[in-house]
Design a protein around this ligand. Structure first.
Ligand code: C2E
Ligand code: CA
Ligand code: CA
Ligand code: CA
Length: 276
């Protein structure tokens, strides 16, 4: 028992060292990643449930490393959120999304709004409003073709300042939606104070929708209440026709998930756009 105790400890220590080393390695290569042009955007359709047509696309960041490894955001967003690199990288995402939208329009595609994720740190950064203005100016896209997704938790962190920034974004004509709704212990009545038009129900409530009477009750209630507050609803993580049918029955307007498409690179996303 003593020997295996020591083995466990050694195993634990090695695992810790490996995690720390991996983190350190990621962090230092992330510092130059923007300059090396290693980031790319993927796009995931958000469908109109009633018409089954494309409504918008969410923009999701990927990190293509020199060895061609594609790193998913959950592995690096927390690191750059922590060290502040999210500010320049997040600005790059907004600009790249706007440039892509402009390119599609120039190629004769009918544009749909692109929904960009804003992290809490980015959201609280003083230069945000100015940089959004500059990007809209430079790229010339209509503000109505850009949306921002902000998590419920980020909104709840800083009272008045949050309201002020959201007000400025809204005044520019950019729509805002609340991401990961249902995970942050706030109420729709409270969120109604913010100039927000759309909420995205977190995948956690959709995953077992077919089998869980509880999730069905929660999702149906969120949709009904949103409707009475004039908020539109996107269900995230829709993977099956059964989930889709239930959401349609509850009156949900929009759905996003693997049932329609995974996030795809721009060349594939382009094929989903109607011609104008
Ligand atoms: P999110 O904003 O909640 O984005 C939705 C995530 O769910 C995406 O993961 C998407 O690929 C995944 N997803 C979509 N449909 C399904 C489905 O049917 N089943 C399952 N299992 N998953 C589905 P992804 O691309 O790995 O992004 C993870 C998170 O990273 C995002 O969660 C968002 O919080 C963050 N993120 C991604 N891009 C950016 C960015 O440009 N800026 C910031 N600040 N955060 C980003
Ligand atoms: Ca999102
Ligand atoms: Ca989400
Ligand atoms: Ca999420």
């Amino acid at each position: 028992a003593k020997a295996s105790g020591r083995n466990n400890y050694q195993f634990f220590r090695e695992a810790m060292n490996q995690t720390a080393a991996r983190h350190f390695e990621l962090e230092s290569s992330l510092r130059g990643a923007l300059a090396r042009n290693e980031f790319e955007l993927h796009f995931q359709p958000i469908m109109d449930i009633g018409t089954r047509r494309l409504h918008a696309m969410e923009v999701l960041l990927r990190w293509r490393r020199a060895d061609d490894e594609l790193v998913m955001p959950d592995h690096f967003i927390p690191i750059i959120e922590e060290n502040g690199l999210i500010v320049p990288i997040g600005e790059w995402v907004i600009r790249a999304a706007c440039m892509q939208s402009m390119r599609w329009q120039q190629q004769g595609m009918k544009p749909v709004p692109l929904a960009v994720n804003l992290s809490p740190r980015q959201f609280m950064h003083r230069g945000l409003i100015e940089s959004i203005r500059r990007i809209l100016d430079e790229t010339g896209i209509a503000p109505s073709l850009l949306e921002f997704e902000i998590t419920e938790t980020a909104l709840m962190q800083h009272g008045e300042q949050t309201l002020d920034i959201l007000g400025q974004i809204n005044a520019m004509g950019i729509r805002l939606s609340i991401d990961d709704f249902g995970t942050g212990y706030s109420s729709l009545a409270y969120l109604k104070r913010f100039p927000v038009k759309k909420i995205k129900i977190d995948r956690a409530f959709i995953k077992e929708l077919e089998s869980s009477a509880e999730d069905q009750a929660i999702v149906a209630a969120i949709i009904a209440l949103s409707d009475s507050l004039q908020l539109s609803v996107v269900a995230e993580g829709v993977e099956t026709e059964e989930q889709y049918a239930l959401l349609q029955r509850y009156g949900c307007q929009y759905a996003q998930g693997y049932l329609f498409s995974q996030p795809v690179p721009h060349a594939t996303a382009q094929l989903l756009l109607p011609r104008s």
